[in-house]
Design a protein around this ligand. Structure first.
Ligand SMILES: Cc1cc2nc3c(=O)[nH]c(=O)nc-3n(C[C@H](O)[C@H](O)[C@H](O)COP(=O)(O)O)c2cc1C
Length: 254
């Protein structure tokens, strides 16, 4: 089974490719109850984007909500647990954060991998989507990396094979907690005057946090900062305060 989360499609693509290579079924985390499926011979994979050099809170919450019976089966049947993180550049100590969350449920992680994909983070000054040539190169390199990961998972390699970047401890231990506390203010989402009320933002929200109200999107409090609404808007009308002015858009399409 592969449990995955994705806002702008990178991790969905990775999860689908790995599902094809491993034969594991896919489950989109926001859509499934946290019961968890187990069977002899299967592996348990998690695929998600790195958020602020850590694991998205929604994924940590899912791991903690999977019932004891699921994790007991993982141990009893010795099911390998692996994880693939997609990132724009680097993951810092996100693997350790993931391993800790699984260890707290009494299981061990066999392997953790990262795949560099086009960046979708645009909410802070200085952060924007990649230039088109960088985006193309990342998308070009991804399939070979995924084949490598697929082989590693099949061979049960015990590795943490990721790009950590500089000052990993500082980023994960100091910046991630700030992101969790201050990273998103749902009230800041709005649309500019060009909005035609197509509702694509609402449909793209994995948390179902956007409702259409008299032809205008309205954001609730459950925003997980995946930025799907911003990047999917065909008229580039979704804005986060003034922070996204003149920023680019990206989503994976294939
Ligand atoms: C809130 C947020 C935080 C992010 N933080 C990081 C980060 O710490 N390091 C990084 O390399 N990329 C970061 N990114 C970029 C994403 O991890 C990357 O683009 C990912 O592949 C997006 O996956 P998705 O398309 O499945 O949502 C961040 C993106 C978002 C939305």
């Amino acid at each position: 089974m592969i449990y995955y989360f994705s806002g702008t499609g990178n991790s969905r693509y990775v999860a689908r490719e790995l599902s094809g290579m491993t034969g594991e079924d896919l489950g989109f985390i926001p859509d499934i109850d946290a019961v968890g499926e187990t069977a002899e011979g299967m592996s348990v994979g998690f695929v998600f984007p790195v958020y602020s050099w850590g694991v998205p809170p929604l994924v940590l919450d899912f791991i903690s909500r999977l019932p004891d019976s699921f994790w007991n089966d993982v141990r009893r049947l010795q099911l390998p647990v692996w994880c693939v993180m997609t990132c724009g550049d680097e993951v810092a100590l996100a693997p350790e954060m993931f391993e800790k969350s699984v260890r707290e449920r009494g299981a061990e992680v066999e392997s953790v991998w990262s795949v560099i994909m086009p960046n979708d983070y645009v909410l802070l000054p200085g952060f924007d989507v990649d230039p088109k040539d960088v985006e193309r190169k990342k998308l070009h390199d991804a399939p070979a990396r995924l084949r490598e990961i697929g082989v590693g998972i099949a061979q049960h390699r015990k590795v943490v094979d990721v790009v950590r970047g500089s000052f990993p401890a500082l980023k994960t231990r100091m910046i991630y907690p700030l992101f969790k506390r201050w990273g998103i203010f749902p009230d800041k989402w709005r649309v500019s005057s060009g909005c035609v009320g197509c509702g694509i933002c609402a449909k793209s929200c994995p948390q179902k946090n956007i409702i259409m109200d008299e032809g205008r999107p309205r954001w609730g409090k459950k925003c997980c900062s995946c930025l799907a609404c911003y990047h999917r808007c065909p008229r580039h009308c979704v804005e986060y305060g003034t922070k996204t002015k003149r920023k680019g858009q990206y989503f994976f399409c294939k």
